[in-house]
Design a protein around this ligand. Structure first.
Ligand SMILES: Cc1cc2nc3c(=O)[nH]c(=O)nc-3n(C[C@H](O)[C@H](O)[C@H](O)COP(=O)(O)OP(=O)(O)OC[C@H]3O[C@@H](n4cnc5c(N)ncnc54)[C@H](O)[C@@H]3O)c2cc1C
Length: 458
């Protein structure tokens, strides 16, 4: 059944050069980049803080800034990490290039980054719709406590993670038949972290390796029907003695289906309560643990992808391509979580970094809409690697800079000169060389189709 919503006139609350929707890792950096490149920029975020999955879902290892001692992500993403480190909220010297961050401090560091760049923030506002005229997006419609209001823009970047703006504008999107599962991440206090490190081996770059003991016992409990399926567990260092940050709960869902995702949120809360009791009862290191915090939402790995000018594939991850429009790099394992078991569907460790082209961020048919972050155009394995936050941030710098340059040169996004974009990105610290191409860079000793590998996958 359908009803007709009455058409209405909405006030235009402001006019901007670039409007970024969604203030996650990609959106924060996109907004800062656009503003620093001279665009009057608005960042719209549904919550009262920025950071996306890192802050709302407590996903606090930011992966990866370097591989094999070589840094492949610099520029504004690395500056954000430095700002968080200056506030004692990040450790940015870890060899793995996987940087633990304190979610509370990241909120402040990221907010300052946008405001000091000259950007405008609009919190507590849900991107609801948009207006398209002659193929060009002209306004976004936002729902907030003022009602329904519009913001006029010349260029738009969809960083909602779920391609909300791209879908509202009517561009084609796609969704995998088997989405990566969602996970409710949590932080515990009162853990005997000294004993944990001793029993389970020293933390490798801040991530305590998956304990065979913990995984083995949890598997037994899972097989006995006491606990539901789980991932890892990945038990992460969290800055203070006695505290850890844990990724363990896992469930299949589709977060773009609100009714299904509501059921997921409800069962995750029940499972969190259960798992804390199980940890206390089964592992002496957790005997006195208490729940310090859980994500304000269950973490979402994947929903919609744009259909872009270029789809990043497994082959582009394994054999880096010399894309002339390289705007970001990635080096994370191809890391596909299995929704219906306790394993990884696929896990391939890489030997070197690969390149991400701007064309993977441009929806087909778009003139003035770009994306950045996890809704980019990628196949399953490509997405399994490129989805991590340092790479999403680097995409943000590429997209924000491309939007500002398109405006200043009077071109649409498809006419932008790649050398001009490259020059601007390099002058602002981004690492966008594309001569790093070798033959197959998968490390064959690490290719796995089932078991989780300690300390690497999330
Ligand atoms: C359980 C889990 C574990 C992970 N482990 C790691 C890891 O170890 N290391 C790593 O680097 N990455 C990890 N990731 C992946 C990483 O967190 C995400 O891929 C990344 O955060 C994507 O960034 P993004 O900016 O594209 O989207 P998001 O982080 O999802 O940010 C989207 C932003 O848009 C806002 N938004 C959405 N819709 C709207 C709307 N309609 N209106 C207004 N605002 C909106 C959201 O509130 C949010 O702030 C993990 C993810 C999950 C879920």
């Amino acid at each position: 059944m359908f009803i007709r919503e009455s058409s209405r006139t909405v006030p235009v609350e402001g006019s901007f050069d670039v409007i970024v929707c969604g203030g996650g890792p990609a959106g924060v950096i996109a907004a800062a980049a656009a503003a620093r490149n001279g665009a009057k920029t608005l960042l719209i975020e549904r919550y009262g803080f920025v950071g996306g999955m890192a802050t709302s879902a407590l996903v606090t290892p930011i992966s990866e800034f370097r591989i094999n001692d070589k840094q492949h992500i610099g520029g504004i993403p690395f500056e954000l990490m430095e700002r968080a480190a200056d506030l004692d909220g990040a450790e940015i010297t870890r060899r793995s290039g996987n940087f633990p961050v304190n979610d509370e401090i990241l909120k402040l560091a990221a907010q300052r980054l946008v405001l000091e760049a000259g950007g405008t923030l609009l919190y507590h506002s849900w991107l609801a719709d948009c207006v398209v005229a002659d193929g060009r997006l002209t306004h976004v419609i936002v729902q907030n406590k003022s009602g329904r209001v519009a913001y006029e823009g010349k260029f738009f970047i969809d960083c909602t993670g779920d391609a909300d703006l791209v879908r509202a504008a009517g561009f084609e999107t796609t969704k995998s038949d088997v989405l990566q599962p969602a996970s409710l991440w949590f932080q515990l206090g009162g853990v005997d972290t000294d004993a944990l490190a001793y029993t389970f081996g020293d933390a490798v770059d801040g991530i305590l390796p998956i304990s065979e003991q913990i995984r083995g016992r949890l598997t037994e409990l899972n097989e006995a029907g006491v606990i539901p399926n789980f991932g890892g567990p990945w038990i992460n260092y969290f800055f203070h003695p006695g505290m850890v940050s844990i990724n363990l709960l896992r469930e299949p869902t589709d977060a773009s289906d609100p009714e299904w995702f509501t059921r997921t949120e409800c069962s995750m809360r029940e499972n969190l309560d259960l798992i804390i009791r199980v940890l206390r009862a089964n592992f002496p290191e957790f005997a006195d643990c208490w729940l310090a915090k859980s994500g304000i939402q269950t973490g979402v790995r994947e929903t919609h992808h744009i259909v872009g000018h270029y789809q990043l594939t497994r082959d582009d991850i394994l054999v880096p391509k010399p894309f002339p429009d390289t705007i970001a790099k990635g080096a994370h394992v191809i890391d596909i979580h299995e929704p219906h078991t306790n394993d990884q569907a696929e896990l391939v460790v890489l030997r070197q970094e690969y390149n991400v082209p701007l064309r993977s961020l441009i929806p087909q048919g778009s003139i003035n809409v770009l994306t950045a972050g996890r809704c980019l155009s990628a196949d399953g394995p490509g997405f399994g690697s490129v989805r991590v936050m340092a790479t999403c941030m680097a995409m943000g710098q590429g997209a924000g800079t491309a939007a500002a340059l398109s405006l200043s040169s009077g071109s649409d996004i498809n006419q932008l000169e790649y050398p001009t974009l490259r020059e601007a990105l390099i002058s602002q610290g981004a690492i966008v060389d594309f001569d790093n191409c070798s033959s197959d860079q998968a490390d064959p000793s690490t290719v796995s189709s089932s078991a989780a590998v300690g300390g690497r996958a999330r």
